[in-house]
Design a binder for this molecule. Sequence first.
Ligand code: T5A
Length: 208
Amino acid sequence: MKGKFITIEGSEGVGKTTNINFIVNFLTNHNKEVVETREPGGTAAAEDIRKILLNPDSELIPDIAELLLFFAARSLHLENVIVPALKAGKFIICDRFTDATIAYQGFGRGFDIDRINNIAQWVHADIQPDLTILLDAPAEIGMQRAIKRGEIDRMESEEISFYERVREGYICLAKQYSDRFVVVDANQPLDLVQKEIIMHLKNLLQKN
Ligand code: T5A
């Protein structure tokens, strides 16, 4: 693959959307062709799956259906957006990827991590992010920000302990995959968050 695959991860309201806009501007100003996308979503059909997963009025979605829907959306996204863009040498900036499934469905819901990894292997054996920026903040801070911003979706309606487990899951992943993960303290003023992000992006560009 000629392009670069950058993912942004973190629990609710840590500032992924805010910082993705910033990252896209930074890379565009460095003459990179950038594709901004998100999960679940990124294609018409995957966005339909997103609506089902996030709708607070959805019928009861069993945990296993939730897990498989996230991977179904991912498969559509990989085939139609991510792989073609990487082959064309573009930079993909993706709001969440499989690390989110491990953090939310694995650590949050309690699914066996090896089983999730097996599905991931099946869906995208040869595709892994080149850089994963983990925005880390206490679950309570992120939830307060998300609530302040507006309506709460189905995935934002859990007990606080769920998001604490998600955060813990991300920290474990960052340690396990330290070759591609960087952790940025998202509980500091935005300009400082972005200063750290620039440093990591410059490191990636130097390797390019
Ligand atoms: N999911 C997803 C799974 O369970 N499994 C999976 O496999 C995948 C792919 C997706 C949901 O699906 C789940 C995870 C999610 O629950 P989403 O929209 O992608 O939903 O994720 P959310 O976390 O819900 O995204 P949010 O839009 O709520 O949060 P963001 O994008 O992290 O935060 P953002 O940028 O909107 O910022 C929130 C507020 O905080 C302010 C912003 O201005 C904004 O008002 N803010 C700050 N304030 C102070 N200091 C800072 N440093 C700030 N940074 C941002």
